[in-house]
Write a protein that binds this ligand. Sequence first.
Ligand SMILES: [Zn+2]
Length: 323
Amino acid sequence: MTGKPFLIDAHADILYRMETEHLQFGDAGSPLHLSYPKILQAGIDLQFFALYVDPPYTPQEHLAKLICYIDTFRTQVCREDRMLPVLTYADIERNRRAGKKSALLSIEGGEFLTDDLRPLRVLYSLGVRAMGLTWNHKNALAYGVGEPEDGGLTPFGREVVREMNRLGMLIDVSHLAPRGVQDVLEITQAPIIASHSNAKAVYAHRRNLDDEQIKAIIRNGGVIGVTFVPYFIGKEPVGIADLLRHIDHILALGGEDHVGLGSDFDGIPRTMVDLRSGADYPKLLAALDKEYGPAIAAKLCGENFLRVLKAVLKQEDQNERAV
Ligand SMILES: [Zn+2]
């Protein structure tokens, strides 16, 4: 291998698991898939920290919980500059030069929003730079994949997309029902992401993307983070070789510049047989390198997501004016 590629994991529920199981991010013996010691072992350079809350809750309860998670992020993840938050693209480059790990806050589901964009702007000002419009259920923005019906984006959901474009936030369509994905792609002025989804043609699961969706994300210039959720990959047990079939499929559709990684670690009840925590990431990197060669492996590991981050996040001097 020609040097370690820049590694980005675009989805993990570390904060959720810390909260619900009372775990410490820095604990060497912690069962977290992505504790700080395991992030170091993984060689991850930029980790997305999803803010996920178990339903049911009211929008107000959701918002209150998101704010508490952000405090945990600041006090534990960013404690003593272990990891440094990403607010602009320049932060990623600066952290990289300083040999520091980057951490990006994302919200998994816009349930805290009702009919007012102000809470979104406040969360942006608190450092959130990505958001999935829905989780599996319906909310004021759109329908999730778990709903029996699919009404696409609501008028307010369309406003949210435009506001996220204006602020410089990544729009995440994982969990969003198909008409909503189509609506987002019609409205957005920027590349989007599907932070943790696989290919439906390889394994038919409602959370995976069909070929038309994959091709539409490619045309948009976006990125799909293939995910390590065993039951989105195939009939269990599954391993790295099975995950590669999803990557092969997206590559065959012209996706060389549109695939990344989004583990969903700490959000899954069980794991792949040979990718059980961040500590196993080097095995995946070796497999990608062997299967696709170092240039494509580097794109899949992080370069593709870096391109989208560069296109979407505000530049340093614009950031203060964004809100
Ligand atoms: Zn998820």
